[in-house]
Design a protein around this ligand. Structure first.
Ligand code: ADP
Ligand code: MG
Length: 271
């Protein structure tokens, strides 16, 4: 039996990397599921119009479904839009519908356009759900949706795919995080780097891992997520790999990563 420490204060993590296909959504939903299946209360906010996180959590996201779009418009609360996942009563998802695709432009002319998600997260309505963890799954861009996610969070989790050019484009992400830190959210911190889709048969994967560790040191989790067919199959069944194949290497590694995140958080609280 695995006990994960419950954070004293709610932790809000933004999963960001403007590159597509690096494992943002996969990491957000699987880490969330791992924490929820071990007794913590978790909300995933799907901030990508593709709605892949909603799909993996078995949550309705057809156009017209109450979603994060209406939350950003200020029409409904996060609690109103949150739906219980098909995997755990402790795991909720605020879905994204295709309506969100227009939000990047619509937000431009709104008041407090960078902090609309933060407003929604700090409202009393979320206390009803009393989550221990909130994961925000960002779209593959550095536009206003991602800025909203960074303003709303205390922590950034950056998934990095173990492939050629892994670090390319990362300096742009880091620069954007610095801008948000200096102008909009001084308490934002990059707490977690997660290496994903590691293929142990290639030399390249080890080179990338060493390079990332050289650059980010202990911010990179010890756990590395292997490339695994089970991980990529799970969303097709409206599942995370944690419920689709709990004994698989993919599931075990996401559980290990979640444990590391929870334990590091507990250590930071006491230091
Ligand atoms: P992003 O959200 O950054 O665009 P995704 O999480 O959607 O990236 O992942 C991109 C693709 O890679 C998806 O098809 C996903 O199923 C697959 N994938 C992600 N992680 C793994 C893994 N560890 N093993 C195999 N396939 C993976
Ligand atoms: Mg995604």
């Amino acid at each position: 039996d695995l006990r994960l420490p419950r954070p004293r204060r709610r932790r809000v993590l933004t999963v960001a990397n403007q590159k597509g296909g690096v494992g943002k959504t996969t990491s957000a939903v699987n880490l969330a599921a791992a924490l929820a299946l071990h007794g913590l209360k978790v909300v995933v906010i799907d901030l990508d119009p593709q709605g892949n996180a909603s799909t993996a959590l078995g949550v309705e996201h057809r156009s017209g479904t109450p979603s994060v779009y209406e939350v950003l418009l200020g029409e409904i609360s996060l609690a109103d839009a949150a739906a219980v996942s098909n995997q755990s009563d402790n795991l909720l998802c605020v879905p994204a519908t295709i309506d969100l695709a227009g939000a990047e432009i619509e937000l431009v002319s709104m008041v407090a356009r960078e902090s609309r998600l933060k407003e929604a997260l700090t409202s009393e309505a979320l206390d009803e759900l009393s989550p221990d963890y909130v994961f925000i799954d960002c779209p593959p861009s550095l536009g206003l949706l991602t800025v909203n996610a960074m303003v709303a969070a205390q922590e950034v989790l950056i998934p990095i795919q173990c492939e050629y050019y892994a670090l390319e484009g990362l300096s742009q992400l880091l620069r954007n995080i610095e801008l948000v830190q200096s102008h909009l959210n001084p308490s934002l911190e990059i707490t977690t780097i997660l290496l994903t889709m590691y293929d142990g048969r290639t030399k390249l994967a080890d080179q990338v891992t060493a390079e990332v560790r050289g650059h980010f040191g202990d911010t990179a989790l010890r756990t590395v997520i292997p490339r695994s067919v089970k991980v990529s199959e799970a969303p097709g069944f409206g599942q995370t790999v944690l419920t689709y194949d709990p004994g698989s290497r993919g599931a075990m590694s996401y559980l290990d990563a979640a444990k590391e995140i929870a334990e590091r958080g507990a250590r930071r609280e006491t230091s």
